[in-house]
Each structure stands twice: as C-alpha cells, then as structure tokens.
Design a protein around this ligand. Structure first.
Ligand code: PGA
Length: 252
C-alpha cells in the first residue's frame, strides 16, 4: 500500500507563505511513490485547493464540527470543508483533545460527520509521557481507538505519542513497531477485514534525519508531520524517504 505523507500546518502560515509553500510542493510531488497531503489552516483551504488542482498533493482540514450546519459560532462543518476543496480531515489531534477538551465520543461523532460529507478522516491517538512511563500505552491507545472509531470506520489512523509532538523526541524504533502492531490488531478486532489494509501513520517529531528508519518499520503506513511540514525541503525529504522505502520493497 502507498504510504501517506501528511503535513499538519497547525496555526501556521498566512496567504503569502502558505501559497508559496504549496506551489513548491506542487512542483516537486510528481512521480513520488507515496501520497502527499497538506492540512493548512481552514482560511487557506479554498485558495490552496485551487493552487493544487490537478497535482498529486491532496488537501485536508485540521478539524470539523460533528453537525452539518447550525448555531455553532466559529465552527466549520464537514460539508463546508468539503466545499473548500478538502478531501481529508485530521480529527482528535492531541492539541484539540487538550485545548478543546475533545473526548473520544466527540471524535467519534466528528468521524461520522466527516465520512458522511465525503472526507477521509485521519484519527489521531497516542499516550502521554506519564502513561508511557506507567506502561499503560496499549491500554490508552486501545481505548481511544475503540471509542473514537465507529464499527464501519473507513479512513486513516495516526499514532502520535503526545510526548513526541514538537519535542524532537521519538519513541525507539522497537516501540513504534510494537505500537503499530498493536494498533493493527486492535483495528482488525474492532473493524474486521477493513482493519487489515488501513493506513496507520506515525506522527511526532518526524524529520528528514529519522524519516527513512521510521517509514521502513512494519505497519507504518506514512507520517503525520507538524514542524517539518512548514519547510518545503524538509517535508519533501520525508516524502522522498517514503518513496525510497516503497521502491526498495516493491521494485518496478
Ligand atoms: P511535530 O507535530 O511533527 O511538530 O512533532 C506532529 C503533529 O502534531 O501532528
């Protein structure tokens, strides 16, 4: 399966620098053996989806509301995001779980709204450092998965240990492989056969220097990248690392 290399721009980039970054990616993404996605702030979705039309770079949002419309000042619905050109939406990112008290039940409702609007959800799960130190990472991530994903879930899962996000620290390769194996098992027992082929991204301090080894690990289906997705050269270096893994494992 092709890996997905996804950039989460978070609350960064305005029109001018965002458009310049998207234009650079557009030129460089042709022919890569991985799928490439950027998730800019919602204000840039419409403009950048026009910039990227006809290119291999897909565009996604960073959140959506669970309702299709209504009295929810400041929120955006999944159909509105779809209208703006997005085809993916990140849901349940740990920053939203922390900043907006998003529970698994809220994420579950948002997943259903996203799918109903034709968006592919990328559902984020991951343990805190205290939970990892207590050895509770599987219990935490397993509970997040079963409570956040409806039984007919179709989309992408991103494993993002909270303590690795924006810190420059990553779990060991063995820990990433073990967690991705555990997530695969959980997806198959929760979703049946659909859980077998689902992409499981790794996220948390992915950068050009560690991308090749992370992307080569079993059950890693791509990366969700924050800081390094803001610099075209870094993001593209990660995409090239994924491309090299794909070419090494299935030579043409
Ligand atoms: P980071 O962020 O790459 O800056 O660690 C990852 C994320 O939050 O998705």
């Amino acid at each position: 399966m092709r890996q997905l290399i996804a950039g989460n721009w978070k609350m960064n980039m305005r029109l001018e620098d965002g458009a310049a970054l998207a234009a650079k990616l557009r030129r460089a993404a042709d022919g890569l053996a991985c799928d490439v996605l950027i998730c800019p702030p919602a204000t840039l979705l419409l403009t950048l989806s026009a910039t990227l039309i006809g290119s291999p770079v897909a565009i996604g949002a960073q959140d959506c509301h669970a309702k299709p419309s209504g009295a929810h000042t400041g929120d955006l619905s999944a159909p509105q995001i779809r209208d703006a050109g997005a085809t993916y939406v990140i849901l349940g990112h740990s920053e939203r779980r922390a900043d907006h008290a998003e529970s698994d039940a809220v994420v579950h409702a948002k997943v259903q709204a996203a799918v109903a609007a034709g968006l592919t959800p990328i559902v984020c799960v991951g343990e805190t450092e205290a939970q990892r130190l207590a050895g509770a990472q599987n219990e935490v991530v397993g509970a997040q998965l079963t409570a956040s994903l409806p039984p007919d879930f179709q989309g992408v899962v991103a494993y993002e240990p909270v303590w690795a996000i924006g810190t420059g620290r990553t779990p060991s390769e063995a820990d990433v492989a073990a967690m991705h194996g555990f997530i695969r098992q959980t997806l198959v027992s929760h979703l049946g056969a659909a859980g077998q082929g689902m992409r499981i991204l790794y996220g948390g301090s992915v950068k050009p220097s560690n991308a090749a080894s992370l992307m080569a690990l079993p059950e890693v289906g791509g990366a969700l990248i924050g800081g390094a997705s803001l610099v075209a050269e870094d993001f593209l270096a990660i995409a090239h690392a994924s491309d090299a893994v794909a070419r090494a494992t299935s030579p043409r």
